[in-house]
Ligand binder design. Sequence first.
Ligand code: F6R
Length: 254
Amino acid sequence: MGIILHQFKLHNIAIEVVDSKQEMGIRAAEIIANKIIKKPNIVLGLSTGSTPVPVYSELISYYSDGVISFKDVKTFNLDEYYPIDPSNSQSYQYTMRRDLFSHIDIPIENIHFPDCLSHSPVEASLNYEVLIEKSGGIDLLLGGIGHNTHIAFNEPPAQSDSRTRLIELSDETRRINSRFFETIEKVPKYAITMGLGTILDAKEIILCAFGAAKSEAIYQALFEKPNPNVPGAYLQNHQNCRFILDQAAASKIL
Ligand code: F6R
């Protein structure tokens, strides 16, 4: 069980501070596993990047120990580069297979990503919204936050009612994400991302963050007035949102 060092509420957001990124993973996975036990056909919104990796490792352990099954779980990833081939090792589909899907019993047809090989990103985005709606909406969304408080790839300025769409990645995000690519030129310039409206429609949101580099983004998300230049601050308006932070990410709010 995850050990919570500090627990408090700001706006509507339940904040939990834990000791380390491992504890962050343990705590978030504990909540998600309990939800899967209660609702085996839960619809999850999932993010990529470094933040959710410790959560996915813990979820894999719950599965390997026979505590949970993903056979009826449906997933919708928050975003994917555009255009990108799913076999490209930098695609989010590839990293999700590597970090979670290939280790659990989720049927392939239950896994969803925006179609990033589609010739029409507009059609691919609309189809994604329709698929989410047909699945009954996202029950629980696991997110991370960017340095500029982007959630998914909703780069500032981002409107709170935006839906899934093609976006141009900011220079800052491309520079930060270039750590996964050989050179910055190889980082795609575009992505298809769920909109802030799509994300805020999730019935429950867990936002995780670890490391001092995220402390300013966490501070802004919690203390700035929600506005398009601080997309993360719109989470203040959600009715069922929890932040799980390690001490370093929480350092500016404690
Ligand atoms: C990716 C996503 C992004 C990341 C954010 C933080 O699916 O939703 O918003 O959560 O860029 O990335 P990391 O976790 O690599 O620091």
